[in-house]
Each structure stands twice: as structure tokens, then as C-alpha cells.
Design a protein around this ligand. Structure first.
Ligand code: GLV
Ligand code: MN
Ligand code: MN
Length: 429
């Protein structure tokens, strides 16, 4: 779709009406209801992708969407689409939504807010009695988190480029279950839902998300216009030595996989500190130790490496440093590395940012802040496919991927109002 050069000059009466019909009580009730699927006593949510609890939450979302009058469809990666028809069925739809899966222990809002806010936009349009020209599709993407099956954002990336899907099917979780098998099971659970081709042409995409970092809160600004997403690379490093008796094996005769792994980890943290001026972020978040016994020297240690930066050249340099460390390690065991995720920085188009700014300014009665996303999002793959952008609302204390993740309800409302405006304006042209 060709967006107008300067959308700030345009008036969008339907967009204003949609924005004014967003209902905060309905939104808060929806967030609380979805959080019960995998809800924990500490206030967090455990709803990793394609688990039984995730499948139950999908059925709940389907029922909610049908109650709003949406037509539901699913694609080959089990991404769910909830469509509110437009007056011209020939025109590409406007896509909005996010993901409903969580980290092993996540909060109520990461992803879920974006999906539920999409349904709230549809409810607001229903209440306002608006018929848009284009259809609006609210999407719930499969496996954005990447914590159970790597990489992240599998559903959105496979949707825009289905050639990625066969490779994803062979990813395994920590119990050895293949993503392909979990996917087939999820598709069987929604056998009543019509299949949608991957990908369909789209007019535009807007994702709404919590910031998950401290920038908006520290600036004292409620709404964020996301200009892009920083680069990310993920690796799996495996150190293989020899399991042996903890009490009897002399220290100088061991082939201790843990000693090798922590040595690499230590040097990586030192290298990351040298890159601190470039805002490099390094996380070694998952460790698997075999045989994981108190009195056996670890025979094999596998750990994950998550590196992020706004400047891809810094990640290129850091990946090279990691590979050099592994090559130069002097011990009698072996070390292997596999890169499982690589994404250069994403830049959203100015034409979309201007429209979102307009929706944010009207909702928040103040200018929003432009910022880059530290987290990755499905929108980075949609940006390959159609004009795409994101809206952020603040995260209390900048905390996310944690049960304590929270956002002021009033800020959540403003985010949905901004999105209602932008999505409606796009769907009316
Ligand atoms: C998304 O969950 C990310 O890790 O950025
Ligand atoms: Mn998310
Ligand atoms: Mn997340």
C-alpha cells in the first residue's frame, strides 16, 4: 500500500471515534482472564508456546473473537487470525496483534497485551458502529518467545517466509520434543478452524507492546513510537569432556566440561565490558549440565549466548571474538558452536511513524517519545512484508520476563487508544 507522504495533515474522523470507544474495564478484564491460563501464585504467568495451557488459551481467544463477530483462521505455523471484515473484501487487510506465549516464568502483559488490545480495538469499532474499508486482522503469533523452541518469533517469520518452517520443525525443547510434533498437535486441536495461506498480502501492520525496559518511565512519557529494533544473535555452545568421579580424579587429570564452559563465560563477560560504550548486551541464560550430579565431574555442558546491539558491526565483532575464544581454548575436550538466530537491526518506515505519532498525541494529549526496542518482536519480520511499526507503553521499573512485570492500567488504556486510531485510519484508506 502507498501511504500518504504526510499523514499528519490528514483528518481521520473514524479513527477518532474508534479511539474514543476503547473501554478500559473490558480491557482490564480481558488481561485478567487470559492471565488465568498459566497463572501463578506470584502473579506471573507460565504459558510457554504450544504447551497444553497455551492450547487452552488459544481456544479461549478463538471463542472471544467469535463472540465479537470475527472470522477465525489459522495458518500452517498455528498462527491464529481474528478477522473483522471490511467493506471491500478484495483489499489487503491491516494486521495488528502480538503473541500469547510467555517465558517459562513471564508476566501478564508481554505479548498478551498486544493480542487483547487488538480484540479491544475490534470491540471499540463494533461499539462505534464503524465499517472500515479494509478488513482488520488481529493475530496471535506462535512461539515469539523462543524459550521452549529456538529461535524466537518462529510464527511470524515462517508466516512471511514459509521456507523457514521446515527448518523450525526440527527444533527440540529440553524434553526432546520436536517443534514439528508440537505444531501438528496444536493444528489438530483447531481442526474446526479454516486454514489460511502463508502469507497473504497485507496493507500494513501495527504491533502494540509493553516496553519491557526503563526508557519511557525514566523520561516520564507514557507513549512510545518505536523507530526500530536492535540486532540480535543467539548461539548454543557445547563443551564435551569426560564424566568422572568427583572424589578420586586428580584435578590435573580431569577433562571438566564445566571448568571449560565457565572459563569461556568469564572471558565473554570481560569482552562484553570492553564493548559497553556500544551498549552491547550479553546473556548466558540457559545451562544444561550432564549428568548434573553433585559428585560427578560434568561430562558435557551446553549454554546459550544471547547478544544484542543497535549496531550489527558490534555483534559481528563479538561473534568473531566468541568463535576465537572457542578455537583457542586449550584443554583436552571439544567445543562446538551453533548459531540459531541472526537478525540485523529493523527500521520502521517514517510514513508509519507519523501516523502512530498522531494517534499517540491525540490519546495521550502530549507528544510521544521516539525510541528503539531493546527486545525483539514479531514486527521485525512483518517489516519484511508490509509497512510496519510499533507502539510502546511503559513497564514499571523497566521489569519484564519476570512475574513482577506491570504497567499502570491508565497507560495500558492510552496504548490501546493510540493503536485504535492508527489501525482504523489505515483500514479506512
Ligand atoms: C523477546 O522476548 C526477546 O527476548 O526480546
Ligand atoms: Mn513480547
Ligand atoms: Mn518476551
Amino acid at each position: 500500500m502507498n501511504l500518504p507522504e504526510n499523514p499528519l495533515n490528514l483528518m481521520h474522523p473514524a479513527a477518532e471515534q474508534a479511539q474514543d470507544h476503547v473501554n478500559n474495564d473490558r480491557l482490564q478484564n480481558a488481561i485478567a482472564a487470559l492471565a488465568r491460563f498459566g497463572g501463578r501464585s506470584d502473579g506471573g504467568v507460565a504459558r510457554e508456546t504450544l504447551t497444553a495451557i497455551d492450547l487452552a488459551s488459544r481456544r479461549y481467544l478463538i471463542d472471544q473473537a467469535r463472540a465479537l463477530g470475527c472470522e477465525v483462521s489459522v495458518d500452517d505455523c498455528a498462527n491464529l487470525f481474528f478477522r473483522r471484515a471490511g467493506s471491500d473484501p478484495e483489499l489487503p487487510a491491516v494486521l495488528t496483534g502480538s503473541h500469547a506465549d510467555t517465558q517459562p516464568v513471564g508476566g501478564k502483559l508481554d505479548g498478551a497485551y498486544g493480542v487483547l488490545a487488538g480484540l479491544e480495538v475490534i470491540a471499540a469499532l463494533n461499539d462505534a458502529g464503524i465499517t472500515t474499508l479494509r478488513a482488520i486482522d488481529v493475530v496471535a503469533w506462535t512461539n515469539e518467545e523462543g524459550s521452549r523452541f529456538g529461535p524466537g518469533a518462529m510464527g511470524s517469520s515462517a508466516h512471511v517466509d514459509p521456507s523457514r518452517l521446515p527448518g523450525y520443525r526440527t527444533a527440540r525443547d529440553s524434553d526432546g520434543i520436536f517443534f514439528g510434533d508440537a505444531l501438528d498437535n496444536a493444528l489438530a486441536e483447531v481442526a474446526d478452524v479454516p486454514r489460511r495461506p502463508m502469507p497473504l498480502p497485507l496493507a500494513a501492520c501495527i504491533e502494540l507492546h509493553i516496553e519491557q525496559g526503563p526508557v519511557l518511565e525514566r523520561a516520564g512519557i507514557t507513549l512510545g513510537v518505536v523507530t526500530g529494533i536492535q540486532a540480535v544473535r543467539w548461539f548454543t555452545v557445547t563443551c564435551t569432556g569426560m564424566a568422572a568421579h568427583a572424589g578420586t580424579t586428580p584435578m590435573n587429570e580431569r577433562v571438566d566440561a564445566m571448568a571449560a564452559a565457565v572459563g569461556i563465560a568469564q572471558q565473554l563477560y570481560q569482552q562484553a565490558a570492553r564493548e559497553s560504550a556500544h551498549q552491547l548486551r550479553l546473556t548466558l541464560g540457559r545451562w544444561q549440565v550432564s549428568p548434573n550430579s553433585i559428585n560427578t565431574i560434568p561430562g558435557q555442558v551446553t549454554f546459550s549466548v544471547d547478544m544484542r546491539c543497535g549496531d550489527d558491526a558490534v555483534l559481528e565483532r563479538f561473534e568473531h571474538a566468541l568463535r576465537t575464544l572457542l578455537q583457542n581454548a586449550t584443554w583436552r575436550g571439544s567445543m562446538t558452536i551453533e548459531r540459531i538466530f541472526l537478525r540485523a537491526p529493523t527500521h520502521f518506515p517514517e510514513s508509519m511513524l507519523g501516523l502512530i505519532e498522531q494517534g499517540c498525541t491525540r490519546a495521550g494529549k502530549a507528544a510521544p517519545l521516539r525510541l528503539t526496542s531493546g527486545a525483539f518482536h514479531d514486527a521485525m519480520y512483518l517489516a519484511e512484508h508490509c509497512p510496519t511499526a510499533m507502539i510502546f507503553v511503559p513497564s514499571k521499573g523497566g521489569i519484564s520476563h519476570n512475574a513482577a512485570e506491570a504497567t499502570d492500567p491508565q497507560d495500558l488504556l492510552l496504548g490501546v487508544q493510540a493503536r485504535a486510531y492508527a489501525v482504523t485510519a489505515l483500514a479506512c484508506r
